[in-house]
Design a protein around this ligand. Sequence first.
Ligand SMILES: Cc1cc2nc3c(=O)[nH]c(=O)nc-3n(C[C@H](O)[C@H](O)[C@H](O)COP(=O)(O)O)c2cc1C
Length: 367
Amino acid sequence: MSSAGSAFEAAWARRERVAPRPDAPGLFLALAPMDGVTDWVYRDLLTDLGEGRSGISLCVSEFVRVTRDRVQPQVLRRHCPELDHGGRTRAGVEVFVQLLGGEPEPMARSAALAAELGAPGIDINFGCPAKTVNDHDGGATILKTPQRVEAIVSAVRRAVPLDRPVSVKIRLGWDGSERLAEIARAAEAGGGSWLTVHARTRLQLYRPPVDWAALAKAREATRFPVVANGDLCTVDDLRRCAEQSGCHAFMIGRGSMGRPWLFRQARGHAEPELDPPRYRELLHEYVARMQAGGAPERAALGRLKQWLRLGAPAFAEVDALFQAIKGCAELEPALAILSSPDPRAPGRPPRRASPAPAVATAPASAP
Ligand SMILES: Cc1cc2nc3c(=O)[nH]c(=O)nc-3n(C[C@H](O)[C@H](O)[C@H](O)COP(=O)(O)O)c2cc1C
């Protein structure tokens, strides 16, 4: 067995243990940042599953855009209200603040501020494929020049206390994975603590195929941990990705919308593949918490639809819910659909809304 394969087997053998870092004993399963989706309400809800034993190792905030100046404290707090609660969700899972920008100095100053405000770590976004972001020198465009990756990571690393990790999130490259080893070495040389790679190029956006095998190029070129990301939607996907990439640490994004209990399943907890009433109840809880946090109805409806849209590929029942709700212009009929029994996804009345979470101080709308 290769050493990469045995690293996975070792992590898998202790998978019930939640590794807080990709190089810690146990299995590392991070919740991916998803702008407009994984806000603090979502992070709180998911890390609360299993009575706080969700299986999630770490969360990363939606990206905070850094341009010419240091970001303002209120912007950091809006993206990451957990900063006022020790940088953790209610269940105690750490939330790294993610920064996106192309200039080392303002990135470094923003990272220093985030650390001062209590961020347990900083994640740097070099993966965003949005045209407007790329046209303004941010996200995946930086991958075209690995020296810039190194300069930004190194400036951030120097600005943040050494006990706070600085992780780096990238794609395979701009238009191919030929320079992935070079980019990974640049992130490591800059002092990055680990590298998360979404196994697609920028030009691919979210189109198939995901190329888990290409992640080996980053892993073999460096000594720091490489975290695999992209289309990890089932426990079997984790195993297959490990086989192809040699990675033993993972980040899960859209898969969590179809299977919110995936992190627990991966750790060996007995969870059904899909439990429609429980899934619907979770969606009700999501809306209730958003509203308790002050989200306007339209924002809550938009996020509910976004959850179902991203979760729809997982199960016909989730797709059926999305199809039924996507045309709703108001929140109330959408909630009625969630509550109404349906032969394919039988519902039951929602549980009473839980009290506002401890961090319910910030607007729940997209930052
Ligand atoms: C709606 C949406 C928003 C995203 N926002 C971010 C973001 O703010 N920061 C980031 O690094 N990646 C972002 N991503 C990328 C994800 O973190 C992840 O890399 C990608 O979705 C692939 O993983 P998955 O197949 O598990 O979802 C976003 C993805 C989606 C679908």
